[in-house]
Write a protein that binds this ligand. Structure first.
Ligand SMILES: Nc1nc2c(ncn2[C@@H]2O[C@H](COP(=O)(O)OP(=O)(O)OP(=O)(O)O)[C@@H](O)[C@H]2O)c(=O)[nH]1
Length: 343
């Protein structure tokens, strides 16, 4: 039974670059009259996701409605960061009617769901649903299965531990916790790939969960908000690789790299493409100034796929310093990344 006095929260999970921020932006744009607020947490933070959501110019959505949680892992800093940030939202004179929580692509959702049982918040909020966004083409290409190259980088960084595949573990934990799965980037998949990947996901799930194909995370808001899962009371149905104890994020690391003004979007994309080829690199994203352009250039690298667009004008007084965050497996080839980005 859902307690209607509790404010529903939707947790958006999914691996690096799957389309979580895109989903959150879509939901804000199609809020259907709901007063929404967003909590965003990133790994290797340069404030990208929060800034990118704010940069979207959605009417009725103010900066105050987007709360960035400090860099770190939302699932590990529940007491210090998450509970206080959530409480602050709830204590507003005009609190949100529904809260979206975008976790980092490396976060495990289950510890976050568990946090909803904390005394400070349990009578006030409920987990309406956990939505897992899946990068369909990456899954179809076997990205989350054992990857000999990735494991070699991993082992090179740390000979003492016989790692399981860290990508696979994070990815599976996210799926195992989900109340709904978006098979995203359907525009980049063949019908055969979609059918194969859907069957594969369904075979691994502990219970029946709806899988919806999406293009740019577009889905009817009514299908996502209002699932009434009360997930915090249903933890046993959500197995995790980490049920037996603590986890850490030592398998991954990130760097933020300053980038000066670039001559053109294409020139930068070419450098980012080379950086993405370096061993162990998983995700590159950021904002960069381009010569003669009043707009800031958003650059997105997911695996080896690079995209860019201008999102909004630089504001007066804003420091026009470009910054890219690079996230990879621990021990990723920083020197090659830095050399490639320097051009
Ligand atoms: N072709 C295609 N690209 C997509 C789709 N959905 C998202 N993208 C692109 O994928 C990139 C990453 O999308 P985000 O929404 O930032 O992904 P994310 O999961 O928030 O990424 P992290 O927060 O870094 O983990 C962006 O360049 C998006 O425009 C899709 O359905 N098709």
């Amino acid at each position: 039974m859902t307690d209607l006095t509790k404010i529903p929260c939707t947790i958006v999970t999914g691996f690096l670059g799957a389309g979580k921020t895109t989903l959150v932006r879509n939901l804000l744009q199609n809020a259907q009259g709901r007063r929404l607020a967003v909590l965003v947490n990133e790994f290797g933070d340069i404030g990208f996701d929060g800034s990118f959501i704010e940069g979207c110019g959605i009417s009725g959505c103010t900066e105050d409605d987007i709360v960035e949680l400090p860099n770190g892992c939302i699932c590990c800093t529940v007491a210090d960061d998450f509970v206080p940030a959530l409480t602050k939202l709830l204590d507003r004179p005009n609190p949100p009617e529904h809260i979206l929580i975008e976790t980092s692509g490396l976060a495990l959702p289950k510890p976050l769901v568990t946090a909803f049982n904390w005394p400070a918040i349990r009578s006030r909020v409920t987990v309406d649903g956990v939505i897992a966004v899946v990068d369909g083409p990456a899954l179809a290409a076997g990205f989350f299965a054992d990857d000999p190259e990735a494991l070699a980088v991993q082992r090179g960084a740390d000979n003492s531990v016989d790692h399981d595949n860290p990508l696979e573990e994070v990815f599976e934990d996210q799926l195992l916790c989900a109340d709904m799965i978006l098979l995203n980037k359907s525009d980049l998949m063949t019908a055969d790939d979609k059918a194969r990947v859907k069957a594969d996901i369904a075979a691994h799930l502990p219970r029946s969960v709806k899988i919806i194909e999406t293009d740019h995370s577009f889905v009817d808001t009514a299908l996502i908000l209002g699932l009434k899962a009360a997930a915090e009371g249903d933890l046993a149905a959500r197995p995790s690789h980490h049920d037996e104890g603590e986890h850490d994020h030592d398998d991954f690391e990130s760097i933020a790299i300053p980038v000066g003004i670039v001559s053109s979007a294409e020139a930068l994309a070419s450098r980012v493409g080379k950086a993405a080829d370096a061993d162990g690199v998983l995700r590159i994203k950021g904002f960069v100034p381009v010569e003669g352009r009043p707009m800031r250039l958003v650059v997105q690298g997911v695996g080896r796929r690079i995209a860019h667009h201008y999102d909004r004008p630089w504001t007066n007084g804003e420091d026009r310093q470009g910054r890219l965050v690079v996230i990879g497996l621990k021990g990723f080839d920083r020197a090659s990344v830095e050399a490639a980005l320097a051009g």
